[in-house]
Design a protein around this ligand. Structure first.
Ligand code: TXA
Ligand code: MG
Length: 337
């Protein structure tokens, strides 16, 4: 299949492809999504096929406004409208009871459906013109880092989908925060661009899924249990209070096949290993924006091990989400010094 590369002016064409049951990768403020009509079972099935996604991992449906919630969800609590009012369009996904009109394949047979309104002009235009909710997981091959630029989508899916709508780089860089509103208090199932602190300011009490806190419990969002966001190399997080000790350790490791993912300004401490800085430790949103692009850049035949600096989870904020993704990429390999 020839994958079309579409741009700014092509939202109508992209919407036509979606209406006809095709697959279009679309830009959002978080990561690129692999879009298809959420009301078309065959199109949704193709999403799973081209990504190599396990069938038990449900999809998020994307809407153009909170006014659509009633069409696709039932028993919607007031908290949904409060959150939509505060954070939509934006990087927050609401988990609600599903209307049976949404096909089983989209929700992996669950009674809930995840809904999000993305903060990207082209995505919103595409959804409006298509006239259907757009099911869209991140537009990467399952297991790989999520794409934050159109070229990342092409690396994984060129020739497998009808089109990529290029809307530039993704501002947030990590997938949306998912909050489950079917339980009380509401529970964060995946950390992202909207922080726990921001959610608590609107809702009062908010829980974090124990499966995200290293309790050994199974995470409640099916997708959070897989090794993820991973380049071919082994990612090893190196932590500690003392940066000098961290770099002594990294520098003592063999150089061949090794790379370092560090914070801005730390490049000068790294001796004779490939080195990439992904953002400022003091501004975790900069780390979020570049993490996946850097993991992709280090996804090379000659790189076997990546030593990575990771922000502290204790300070909350977006750093918590960055640490969550890096730990997934590392498959739990953390060295504490
Ligand atoms: O920012 C985002 O959310 C991006 C952009 C494209 O919108 N999308 C995204 O989708 O990250 P995906 O498929 O890569 O991740 C969706 C996550 C998975 O962990 C999945 O298990 C969870 O949402 N999820 C979806 N529906 C669910 C449901 N009904 N119950 C529990 N978890 C659900
Ligand atoms: Mg994904």
């Amino acid at each position: 299949m020839n994958t079309l590369l579409l741009g700014e002016k092509d939202a109508a064409l992209a919407a036509e492809i979606i209406k006809r049951g095709g697959l279009v990768a679309m830009p959002t403020e978080t990561v690129y999504g692999l879009g298809a009509s959420a009301l078309n079972e065959r199109a949704a099935a193709r999403i799973f096929e081209v990504k190599g996604r396990p069938a038990d991992n449900p999809l998020i449906i994307h809407v153009a406004s909170a006014g659509e919630l009633e069409k696709w969800c039932v028993n919607i609590p007031p908290s949904a409208y409060l959150l939509a009012g505060a954070f939509w369009p934006g990087p927050l996904t609401l988990l609600l009871e599903r209307n049976a009109i949404i096909p089983d394949i989209v929700t992996a047979g669950l009674k809930t459906v995840a809904v999000r309104c993305p903060d990207h002009r082209l995505a919103l235009e595409l959804i409006r013109l298509a006239g259907v909710p757009v099911a869209a997981p991140s537009a990467n091959t399952s297991g790989k880092p999520s794409p934050t630029a159109a070229r990342h989508v092409l690396q994984d899916l060129c020739g497998k989908i009808e089109a990529v709508l290029d809307g530039g780089g993704c501002r947030v860089g990590l997938e949306s925060t998912i909050i489950d509103l079917t339980c009380s208090p509401p529970r964060i199932l995946r950390p992202g661009g909207v922080t726990r602190e921001q959610l608590a300011a609107v809702l009062g009490e908010v829980e974090v899924d124990a499966g995200l806190l290293g309790s050994g419990e199974k995470p409640r969002a099916p997708g959070m249990k897989y090794r993820h966001y991973a380049p071919q190399a082994d990612v090893i997080i190196v932590r500690g209070d003392d940066a000098a000790r961290i770099f002594d350790y990294i520098n003592s490791r063999p150089d061949e096949g090794a790379a370092v993912l560090c914070f801005d300004g730390e490049e000068r401490y790294v001796k004779s290993k490939i080195c990439l800085a992904y953002g400022s430790e003091r501004e975790p949103s900069t780390l979020a924006e570049r993490l996946f692009a850097c993991l992709r850049e280090l996804d090379r035949e000659d790189i076997k091990t990546i030593y990575a600096r990771c922000p502290s989870e204790d300070e909350g904020g977006v750093g918590f989400a960055v640490a969550n993704r890096l730990k997934k990429a590392a498959g739990g390999r953390v060295i504490c010094l």
